[in-house]
Design a protein around this ligand. Structure first.
Ligand code: MF3
Ligand code: CO
Ligand code: CO
Length: 288
């Protein structure tokens, strides 16, 4: 669909095809948030980022991933907000903690972080009905060169994609940037798990693949739309393996390291706005 089509109202409701097109337009319009709704998304992103900043001092060797989850849960509830993952599709924790070869959706447990680990902490909050979603990969103590590089690559891939966004651009801009960054290192981009639109819902249109495909070339990021960019980069092959014991944990098939960063983005008339910036977190240009 061409970007301008989204603004062209269907006039003839007698024709089934037109009616479907018109319903689709209504749904697209809902994705373009008003100024008041944008402020609600900003508040959700800001709280989520504040939670990430609170956590970062605890994400060190010696802490269990279960304890990180407890901290997320307590902090969120004490601020009268809701952890979005708790009870989501049967998930029972308030965050995801993905260590080393875990790509995403690692379940907090009694595992104790140790020197040399890399761990992604992914948190999503619901603030007054609106979602903020972000993740960071943390280096625990002295990490191998490969661990450092894959973390740097995921971070730079996310920022390169954010910087390439313009109002009304195609979603595939993101995949092009992420693949180009991974190629620089000889690393690979995970395909089975993608970024997503978010707002009142956790996961909604559009799908945000971190590689360009046919659909993402035809989807557009219009002013007022919110979505995540969350590239997962593998140091080895791109292939994934779902843990069939818990049906959540996703690992690299070849047991290579994997890193991820995620921000929630609002597209405005002026360009992208990152809603989940941490005052104390790594910024564009950071060297790990
Ligand atoms: N926060 C993840 C994302 O970025 C989704 C986690 S869903 C869960 O989309 F159920 F696994 F927690
Ligand atoms: Co997300
Ligand atoms: Co997330």
């Amino acid at each position: 669909m061409d970007c301008t089509d989204l603004f062209t109202p269907a006039r003839d409701f007698g024709d089934g095809k037109q009616l479907r097109a018109s319903n689709m337009l209504q749904n697209f319009r809902k994705l373009q948030l008003s100024e008041v709704q944008r402020q609600q998304m900003r508040a959700a992103g800001r709280f989520n980022a504040q939670l990430m900043d609170y956590l970062r001092d605890f994400v060190k060797a010696g802490i269990s991933t279960e304890r990180i989850d407890q901290l997320v849960h307590e902090y969120t509830l004490s601020n009268k907000h809701t952890p979005a993952t708790l009870g989501y599709l049967g998930y029972t924790k308030s965050c995801c903690t993905s260590v080393n070869d875990v790509i995403c959706h690692g379940i907090p447990c009694d595992y104790i972080l140790k020197d040399g680990d890399i761990v992604n902490v992914d948190i999503t909050s619901i603030v007054d009905g609106w979602h903020g979603d972000q993740s960071e990969t943390f280096l625990i103590g002295n990490v191998s060169e490969q661990g450092r590089l894959v973390t740097q690559c995921a971070f730079d891939a996310m920022h390169r994609a954010i910087q390439a966004l313009t109002p009304g651009c195609s979603v595939s801009v993101i995949g092009e940037c992420v693949v180009a960054e991974a190629d620089k290192y000889g690393f690979t981009v995970v395909r089975e798990y993608v970024g997503h639109g978010l707002g009142r819902r956790f996961h909604q249109y559009p799908n945000v693949p971190h590689f360009p495909d046919r659909k993402s070339r035809q989807d557009y990021l219009l002013p007022g739309m919110c979505f995540t960019i969350e590239p997962m980069i593998n140091a080895g092959a791109r292939f994934t393996k779902l843990d069939t014991n818990d049906n959540w944990t996703v690992r690299t098939r070849d047991a290579s390291l994997s890193a991820q960063f995620e921000h929630t983005i609002l597209m405005t008339e002026q360009g992208p706005e990152i809603l989940t910036t941490c005052p104390n977190g790594p910024k564009f240009g950071h060297r790990f």
